[in-house]
Write a protein of this length. Structure first.
Length: 277
């Protein structure tokens, strides 16, 4: 799904109609996060069990996509470019570089503003902490959606038969991602409008990825570069899941609820991907 074709634009045989359709499909896939936020906002009262399960659900989505989709695709690209031994080494280095990158950001942000910093119950403002959680999830989903935008856009330029199932599959698994952003923002602010727009905005990375591909990347993008990006983004998402989402889930609910949410997130993502194998 995350495969980014490395042909240059002049080898794709584009027409203006194909370009427009590719952008439309990419926008539909990315902005379906807004559908997820609308579903989440049907809940009219604060429900800590729902919140706990949703945060675990988000972690499950990110972990499953990272290890079962993005890392294998990244390895395939890198092994193809550099051989089995060096390709695997570059995959490992890129994965831990992603973890190091988000960890350095954690280190540089003051503790009082750091959304990943564990605080005691007695000195933690839950609403502020929840809002930070929602924002950090939105940012991580935006990073994750960027290569999806490139993949959807380039596949649409090559073949609609391939692009339409990819668009549907990405849209399906962007819906629970929209829920994962909207729930903590809504419970922190009490504003359905803010929750919707944060969730909606996280999906804008997908059409933005398409725009970057169109303007800059396609003439330089290679399978090796794509593999490195996928592995690094996987590292970022794994770190956020383990350092932010699961600890936050346990703060607002019971352990078994957060783990059940995590497993449910993995299950939903697995079947959404399986539908279009």
């Amino acid at each position: 799904m995350y495969l980014c074709h490395c042909q240059t634009f002049w080898n794709i045989g584009m027409t203006e109609q194909n370009i427009l359709l590719a952008f439309i499909l990419t926008a539909i896939a990315g902005l379906s996060t807004g559908i997820g936020s609308l579903i989440a906002l049907l809940a009219k009262h604060t429900n800590t069990k729902f919140l706990c399960a949703s945060l675990g659900f988000s972690a499950g989505i990110m972990l499953y996509v990272s290890f079962m989709e993005m890392m294998p695709q990244g390895k395939e690209e890198l092994v193809s470019a550099f051989g089995d031994k060096m390709g695997t080494l570059y995959l490992i280095l890129a994965f831990f570089a992603g973890i190091a990158f988000i960890n350095i950001i954690d280190f540089l942000i003051p503790e009082s503003l750091n959304p990943h910093e564990i605080q005691g119950v007695e000195d933690m403002d839950k609403k502020r902490s929840l809002k930070r959680t929602g924002i950090i999830v939105a940012m991580s989903i935006a990073i994750h959606n960027f290569p999806e935008g490139i993949a959807t856009f380039t596949s649409a330029l090559n073949s609609l038969d391939v692009a339409i199932p990819i668009t549907i599959a990405i849209a399906i698994h962007n819906i629970p991602e929209g829920i994962a952003v909207a729930v903590p923002i809504y419970h922190a602010t009490g504003s359905r409008k803010k929750a919707f727009w944060y969730s909606f905005a996280s999906g804008l990375a997908e059409p933005f990825g398409a725009l970057i591909a169109y303007l800059f990347l396609m003439q330089f993008w290679t399978p090796a570069m794509n593999g490195i990006v996928l592995a690094a983004v996987s590292g970022i998402m794994v770190f956020i899941s383990l350092d932010e989402l699961l600890p936050s889930a346990e703060k607002y609910g019971k352990h078994h609820i957060s783990i059940s949410g995590l497993v449910a997130g993995m299950l939903v993502m697995a079947f959404s991907l399986y539908m279009f194998v």
